[in-house]
Design a protein. Structure first.
Length: 450
C-alpha cells in the first residue's frame, strides 16, 4: 500500500473514502475534484445515493457504469513478489497477465484496497478523455532527492513537504494517471562512499521514498548514471527500499537477469510492458550488471536491448521502451539517439521515452509511434528550465494509441510548476515544436504528426 500524505481539510473524504470510491465506481459521474468545496449537501446526496445503490444497484443487471474522466484505479506493485504481483514460469498471453516469464512481473490495475489518496483540487487539470475504454500512461523526467541539494533544502523547509515544491495542479495530474513513471536518478541509502572520480554523486535517506508515494509513482527507471553512485551496498539498499515501498523498477538489478527484466502490468484487460536501458556516460563509471554482479542494463551495444524489446512485444499489447541517453543540457538530439529510437520501434516498441539531458529534447512520430528524446527535469536541481510530462492515452478495446499530450512545466527556483495561463503554456509548446521533427502541438497540448 502506498504511503500517501493526507490533507487535514479533507478529513471527511479520508474517513469516508470507501463510500466515495463506491459511488464513483458505480455512478461514475461524480468527480473527486468537486468534493473539497466542503458542500455538505453534496456529501449528503452522495451518502444517500450510496445507500440506495447498495440496496438495489448491485441487483440490477441492466445498470451500466460509465467512468468519470479523472477516476483512477491503481494497485501498488511490489517487485519482491508480494500479493499484488505474480512471478511464475511461462510467457503471458494477451488478457491473461497472470502468466509471465520468470523475468517478468505483472501488476493488477484494479485497486480495491482503499489506499489513501490526496484529493484533487477543484481547478485541477483534467486532460484525460471521458471514454471509459481509455488508459492513461504518464511519464516524467529526472527526479533527485539527494540530501545535499538545494531542492532537498527547500523540501526540508516546507511544512507540507513535496507539496511545497511541486504545484498542486501538477501533483493532482500525475496522481491521476493509470500508471505513472519517472526517472529515479539517485540512490536510497545511509551506507556507501562516492564512486571515485565522479563529479556528482547523489544519495537520499531511504525514508524519502515516501515522496514517490505522495506523487502516485508506480514505476521508476533505474537505468541511469547515478543509481550506483555510492557503491554496491547503497545500490542494494536502493532496490530493497523500492521493493519495501511497493514501487516497481526497471533497468537495474542484482544481476543481469533482473536488470533487463521486463515489467508487465495489466490494465482493463490489456497487457503493457516497460523496459529500460542506459548509455549515458562518456566515461563509463556505473557498472553493467552481469550474470553474477549488480548494476544497470547498458545499451552502448544495443543488440541485447532489441532482443528484450522483441520479447516484450511478443507477450504484451503495448510496449514502452525507455533509454537514458543524449548530451546533458543540450536540446539538440544526437544522431545516434535517432538511430537507436527508430531501431527500438522497429524491434516492437510502441513508444520510446528518453531521459538524461536534464533539458527537453524534441519529439517525433516514427511509423506512427511517439518518441520523446528527453523529458528534462521533473524536480532535480536549482536550474531554471522548461520541462514537461508526457501522457499517452491507450484504447483498451484494441490497445491502440488514441492521443498524445504534452503537459508543459517549468523548473524554476527549485520549484516545478504546471502553468495555468495559456500564454505560458504556448511558450513552452512553441519551444517544443521548434526542437522537434514532424510534430505540432495544439492549443490544448495534444501532439499531432504533421
Amino acid at each position: 500500500m502506498k504511503s500517501v500524505r493526507t490533507v487535514p481539510t479533507h478529513k471527511w473524504i479520508l474517513e469516508n473514502k470507501q463510500i466515495i470510491s463506491y459511488v464513483k465506481k458505480n455512478v461514475k459521474v461524480i468527480s473527486i475534484n468537486i468534493i473539497p468545496t466542503g458542500n455538505f449537501l453534496f456529501f449528503t446526496v452522495c451518502l444517500l445515493l450510496t445507500i440506495f445503490l447498495t440496496g438495489c444497484g448491485q441487483n440490477n443487471s441492466s445498470f451500466t457504469s460509465v467512468p468519470a474522466p479523472s477516476e483512477v484505479s491503481k494497485t501498488t506493485v511490489d517487485t519482491s513478489a508480494q500479493a499484488s504481483t505474480t512471478s511464475v514460469e511461462g510467457a503471458p498471453t494477451n488478457n491473461t497477465p497472470e502468466t509471465v516469464t520468470s523475468s517478468v512481473e505483472v501488476a493488477s490495475a484494479d485497486n480495491t484496497s482503499g489506499t489513501n489518496t490526496s484529493p484533487a483540487k477543484p481547478d485541477a487539470p483534467q486532460l484525460q478523455t471521458d471514454d471509459s475504454s481509455i488508459i492513461t500512461l504518464g511519464f516524467a523526467g529526472d527526479m533527485n532527492l539527494d540530501e545535499n541539494t538545494t531542492t532537498t533544502a527547500l523540501l526540508n523547509s516546507k511544512e507540507n513537504g513535496i507539496y511545497g515544491c511541486i504545484s498542486d495542479n501538477l501533483i493532482t495530474l500525475v496522481r491521476s494517471f493509470d500508471l505513472f513513471m519517472l526517472n529515479n536518478e539517485f540512490t536510497y541509502s545511509l551506507r556507501g562512499t562516492p564512486l571515485e572520480g565522479k563529479a556528482y554523486t547523489f544519495r537520499a535517506d531511504p525514508d524519502r521514498v515516501s515522496i514517490l508515494g505522495d506523487l502516485g509513482v508506480d514505476l521508476v527507471l533505474l537505468a541511469n548514471n547515478h543509481v550506483f553512485d555510492y557503491g554496491e551496498d547503497a545500490f542494494d539498499d536502493t532496490l530493497d527500499t523500492l521493493n519495501n515501498a511497493g514501487i516497481a523498477y526497471v533497468g537495474a538489478g542484482k544481476n543481469l537477469a533482473e536488470a533487463e527484466k521486463i515489467y508487465y502490468t495489466s490494465i482493463d484487460g490489456i497487457t503493457i510492458a516497460y523496459v529500460a536501458a542506459t548509455r549515458a556516460e562518456k566515461f563509463k563509471m556505473t557498472p553493467s550488471a552481469t550474470d553474477s554482479s549488480p548494476g544497470v542494463f547498458l545499451c552502448y551495444d544495443y543488440s541485447r536491448y532489441l532482443e528484450v524489446i522483441k520479447e516484450a512485444s511478443e507477450h504484451a499489447d503495448y510496449v514502452v521502451a525507455s533509454v537514458h541517453f543524449g548530451t546533458e543540457y543540450s536540446d539538440t538530439t544526437d544522431d545516434y539517439q535517432v538511430e537507436m529510437a527508430h531501431a527500438f520501434i522497429d524491434a516492437g516498441a510502441d513508444a520510446v521515452i528518453g531521459t538524461h539531458p536534464h533539458v527537453l529534447e524534441g519529439m517525433e512520430f516514427y511509423n506512427g509511434c511517439p518518441i520523446i528524446y528527453s523529458l528534462g527535469n521533473f524536480w532535480f536541481n536549482d536550474k531554471d528550465l522548461y520541462s514537461g510530462i508526457l501522457e499517452l492515452s491507450i484504447d483498451s478495446k484494441d490497445s491502440s494509441l488514441k492521443k498524445v499530450d504534452f503537459i508543459p512545466c517549468t523548473q524554476y527556483d527549485c520549484y516545478t510548476n504546471y502553468p495555468t495561463d495559456q500564454d505560458s503554456k504556448k511558450e513552452i509548446w512553441d519551444y517544443m515544436e521548434s526542437i522537434s521533427y514532424n510534430i505540432q502541438i495544439t492549443e490544448t497540448g495534444e501532439v499531432l504528426s504533421k
